[in-house]
Design a protein around this ligand. Structure first.
Ligand code: NAP
Length: 477
């Protein structure tokens, strides 16, 4: 399968380096091939988005929404086929991949439905005959930079609001997942998106920073690692450019003494091992009340050891490979370091001797919070546990991180649950469910070093993709 850049409505082969997108379960298998956009083509994409901006902004919201609905229908109709492609290119299981594609269609529909909601506010004025209107306008050209781990859902939750509110887009997907980017862009074009409104450029970090730097890009929305996100924030700060970044996590699940241990163990495993732990909201730290720690950890380790690891396309497989050899090496090195620092392996931990970028689901009993594992996001299927002697101590340990994306708390005590709501420094909190999982109609994003700028998803996205004009509308004299 050959994939193409999209520049000003033209499908372009790309003037940059050739790339091959390979299957992480069978690295010799090429899933897609293409060429990166050259620096000149990135410029052309930005120029095309600028040229298309006034026309798209002036298009009635319902007409813009109709394109999103049409694309959502195409995405839905292709969910099984694209799901298989997503599993082959990224490595999550077929069931998760199909669900991600269907989820992307739901996100596009949600943003289409924005056309039916209020588009501003009206305030009273103390002056006779006057009203004060707060109207919303697009910000212009949005530069969107997306990570590998949700190749279609995260792009949909940036492109959907960007387009519905009247912006044009230059999008650089992760170079690890070009095929699903191509599929989504094609669906939007097929649904009737005018030339230049969406531009897709393949490239690595250099293409991302060219978009961030370019004066023709009015605002930048980035999702990815904290290190790159902070560089993007700094550059946008220098340029005075609005920026939104969603970044890394080191998410905690807290299991208290009164929790249903079977349920908690199951949810901790879903949080830690689904998508091979490659979710920004994956559980990687486990904090367990001392009274139930041995019991809970035995259940978590037993479930982890039972997980079927293998080719994500096989229906019985519950966990696929990591996305790349670099990811496999990073996760394996992180586990080795934790063992070297005194962690006890309860499940997994030893390398898997098989083709592909596989690591086993791993559960570590940590010697304390001083180990590097506690601080560093590995972005793989590894969870490390510590014990806490009280609910208060457990919540304090959950906050002991520079990250603040998501957390989960397992308890039957409403008072403790409310105290978690009050005390935990996170953007997303699950009470009695795994730390991962989002609905498209509610805000999503992290606290502390995990997120910067307005939240994504739901109506919260409007704060980033529009600017307000306050209009004092007086009656003619
Ligand atoms: P990444 O390495 O930071 O890359 C993210 C995107 O930024 C990719 O498209 C990447 O391009 C691009 N990029 C790299 N260097 C850049 C630069 N200097 N300027 C501009 N763009 C640049 O992240 P990833 O490995 O794809 O994704 C995993 C990370 O994302 C994890 O840390 C995870 O927690 C985080 N994440 C956060 C959320 C959230 O909502 N908080 C959601 C999902 C993932 P190339 O990779 O093609 O070079």
């Amino acid at each position: 399968m050959d994939v193409l850049n999209l520049i000003g409505g033209r499908w372009a082969e790309g003037e940059g380096e050739e790339f091959a997108d390979t299957n992480p379960a069978r690295p010799a298998e090429v899933v897609a091939r293409g060429r990166f956009a050259s620096a000149r083509e990135v410029e052309q994409a930005i120029a095309a988005a600028r040229e298309a901006a006034p026309g798209w902004a002036a298009t009635p919201h319902h007409a813009r929404a109709a394109v999103l609905t049409g694309a959502a229908d195409l995405v839905d109709a292709s969910a099984d086929e694209w799901g298989a492609e997503l599993a082959r290119e990224e490595g999550k299981t077929l069931a998760e991949a199909v669900a991600e594609v269907s989820g992307a269609a739901r996100i596009l529909r949600y943003y289409a439905s924005e056309a039916d909601r209020d588009s501003g506010e009206v305030f009273a004025s103390p002056r006779p005959g006057e009203s004060v209107l707060v109207v919303r306008k697009p910000i212009g050209v949005a530069g969107l930079i997306t990570p590998f781990n949700f190749p279609v859902a995260i792009p949909a939750w940036k492109i959907g609001p960007a387009l519905t509110y009247g912006n044009t887009v230059v999008w650089k997907p992760s170079s690890l997942v070009p095929l699903l980017a191509y599929r989504l862009a094609r669906a939007l074009v097929q649904a009737g998106l005018p030339d230049g409104v969406l531009n897709l450029v393949y490239g690595e970090g250099e293409a991302g920073s060219a978009i961030v730097d370019h004066p023709g890009v009015d605002a930048v929305s980035f999702t990815g690692s904290t290190a790159v996100g902070r560089a993007v924030i700094a550059r946008c700060g220098e340029l005075g450019k609005p920026v939104q970044t969603e970044m890394g996590g080191k998410n905690a699940s807290v299991v208290l003494a009164d929790a249903d241990l079977d349920h908690a163990a199951e949810q901790v495993c879903l949080g830690a091992f689904r998508s091979t732990g490659q979710k920004c909201t994956a559980t990687s730290r486990l904090i367990v009340a001392s009274q139930v720690a041995d019991d809970l950890l035995e259940r978590v380790a037993e479930r982890a050891a039972r997980l079927v690891v293998g080719d994500p396309l096989a229906p019985e497989v519950e966990m696929g490979p990591l996305v790349s050899s670099a990811a496999r090496d990073r996760v394996s090195a992180g586990v080795r370091q934790a063992l070297g620092e005194g962690a006890k392996p309860l499940a997994g931990a030893s390398p898997l001797d098989r083709e592909g970028w596989f690591v086993p689901p791993t559960v570590l009993d940590l010697p304390g919070t001083g180990v590097d594992f506690w601080r560093t996001e590995l972005f793989g299927p590894v969870v490390g546990a510590v014990r806490a002697s009280s609910a208060e101590e457990a919540l304090g340990l959950a906050n002991l991180s520079e990250h603040g994306l998501s957390a989960a708390v397992f308890t039957r005590d409403l008072g403790v649950a409310l105290s978690a709501v009050e005390k935990l420094e996170v953007g997303v909190l699950h009470v009695n469910s795994e730390s991962a999982g989002t609905f498209p109609y509610v805000p999503f994003g992290g606290a502390k070093q995990s997120g910067f700028g307005p939240k994504e998803q739901g109506r919260a996205a409007r704060e980033f993709y529009t600017r307000t004009v306050t209009v004092y509308l007086g009656a003619p004299a």
